[in-house]
Design a protein around this ligand. Structure first.
Ligand code: SF4
Length: 404
């Protein structure tokens, strides 16, 4: 996750004091775990990475198994659990799991579509002590209901935000931009302010590109740049106003170098200080500081790698699976610098970005160390030339979108 607002607040402080603040990011021993506890969902969204439907899935982890995994995660130094699905509120024991997570001292987040949260459910969520609830919105009403394939889904999710805000739960919006919903972004950012959400998570699309990308002219890349400019401007305005509203992004670590360019243009005196901060952040954290456990207990480098199984917590503890670098993907993900190729290998921003989202390269070319085809910076901006490539056979080019 790229914390745009955190850097903007630091820049605002630097502007007012004349000194860039000294900030030490504490890295936890273990990764943040996004845990898909259930695959069942009351919606069948067009873009679901879990391909969920409204029926039970056999073989999901039982409550005692979940508790055993939690003990191992705690001992391993995992700081945070993001409970997701499917729709996690459909899991009958979700509040037993969250209560234990809180007792054990995990930061506990809930990733939900929001349609099941009425006033009563909001109260239960508040009492359970969730630190944060993220609700997915794909756009305004017409767009969202179409994406979610449910008339009224938007109204229900919006009402959920209000219910949660009323009982004091920190709630934010999650949005994945595609060619079909990009036009709703400005209105959604306005809506965030109106409905009491205090965080906006902008997820980039893990999309399939073409065999030989001309980034300067690519419409998708241009739209991405415009969206990031908008987010940076909003986050900067909020930081200058002293607001604690958070703008964050995910699934494209080129956002780091792109912010550096924004600072070079708007606040050039802080470019070196920000570069040092971004290098300390370190870019893509899949397989390092981010982990995923699916509903059957299989471990993956992150939620986009469900087609790459590292092992099952029923067979080996998570801590053993995570430290096992006999898997070539995990071995490379944990290297610094990663063994990335093409223009990522020659990129002047590699220490900031860490080679970005490897799953896009793998899905498109079959080689998980190839340059990331989703990078929206030009060759001139990264100081390295793009590499032409033959797309992998079609069956390997299935790209899914991160959503809750
Ligand atoms: S070229 Fe690769 S390493 Fe450089 S910013 Fe783009 S994705 Fe990151």
């Amino acid at each position: 996750m790229f914390r745009i607002s955190q850097y903007m607040r630091e820049l605002a402080q630097a502007q007012s004091t004349g000194v860039y603040p000294v900030v030490k990011d504490r890295k936890a021993r273990g990764p943040v775990v996004i845990w898909n506890l259930i695959r069942r969902c009351n919606l069948t969204c067009k873009h679901c990475y879990a391909l969920s439907a409204d029926h039970d899935y056999a073989g999901e982890l039982l409550l005692p198994e979940v508790f055993t995994v939690m003990d191992d995660l705690k001992a391993f130094g995992v700081p945070a659990l993001i409970l997701s699905g499917g729709e996690p509120l459909l899991r009958p024991d979700i509040f037993e799991i969250s209560a234990r997570a809180r007792e054990m001292g995990f930061y506990t987040g809930l990733s939900t579509n929001g349609t099941l949260i009425d006033a009563l459910m909001a109260q239960r969520i508040a009492e359970a002590g969730f630190d944060y609830v993220g609700i997915s919105l794909d756009g305004l009403k017409a767009t969202h209901d179409k994406f979610r394939r449910l008339e009224g889904a938007f109204d229900r999710s919006l009402a959920a935000i209000g219910h949660l805000d009323k009982v004091g739960v920190k709630v934010g919006l999650r949005y994945t931009m595609t060619a079909m919903n990009g036009h709703d972004l400005p209105a959604l950012l306005d809506l965030m302010q109106e409905v009491g959400a205090h965080k906006f998570y902008f997820s980039h699309l893990n999309y399939a590109g073409r065999g030989n990308i001309h980034r300067d002219k690519d419409a998708h890349h241009q739209a991405t740049r415009a969206a990031m400019d908008m987010l940076f401007d909003r986050a900067w305005a909020a930081a200058q106003a002293g607001s604690m509203d958070d703008y964050v992004s995910g699934n494209n670590d080129a956002d780091g170098p792109y912010l550096l360019q924004w600072v070079r243009q708007h606040l050039p005196q802080w470019e070196d200080a920000l570069r040092a901060r971004l290098v300390a952040w370190g870019g893509n954290a899949s397989g390092q500081q981010i982990a995923n456990i699916d509903n059957l207990g299989h471990v993956h480098p992150d939620t986009m790698w469900w087609h790459h199984d590292l092992g099952c917590v029923r067979d080996r503890p998570f801590s053993q699976i995570w430290n096992d670098v006999s898997d070539p993907l995990m071995a490379g993900l944990k290297q610094r610098p990663r063994p990335v190729q093409g223009r990522c290998g020659g990129c002047q921003h590699l220490a900031i970005c860490n080679g970005n989202t490897r799953v896009r390269a793998q899905q498109l070319t079959g080689n998980f160390w190839f340059e990331d085809p989703g990078c929206y910076l030009s060759d001139a901006e990264v100081g390295a030339a793009s590499t032409p490539f033959e797309p992998a056979p079609a069956k390997r080019r299935r790209i899914e979108v991160v959503t809750a």
